[in-house]
Design a protein around this ligand. Structure first.
Ligand SMILES: [Ca+2]
Ligand SMILES: [Ca+2]
Length: 93
């Protein structure tokens, strides 16, 4: 489950949505350039991205990285669309 808040406070109402499975590596970004960050996850070298913060299947799926990589997102080239990256060799708690 993802739990999202619109403000960084304990009193804000949140949104809960189902996406992914236990053990997936979650992350977020603006995958389509509409200025809204949405959820994504990486599982065993496959990236799954949603373009809305709603329950459902991935809008975009592609292979990237290795099973032990941790995903990150950012607008690496300044075109307004977040791309995916990975951190390899990072320790996880
Ligand atoms: Ca977006
Ligand atoms: Ca970009």
């Amino acid at each position: 489950m993802f739990y999202l808040r619109d403000t960084n406070s304990a009193t804000s109402a949140g949104v809960a949505l189902a996406f992914g499975s236990p053990g997936d590596h979650p992350f977020a970004g603006d995958w389509n350039g509409d200025h809204r960050d949405t959820i994504g996850l990486m599982r065993d070298g496959t990236v799954y991205l949603r373009n809305t913060n709603t329950t459902g299947i991935a809008d975009v799926t592609f292979g990237y990285g290795n099973p032990d990589d941790l995903p990150i997102a950012g607008d690496w080239n300044g075109d307004g669309i977040d791309g995916v990256g990975v951190v390899r060799g990072a320790s996880t708690p």
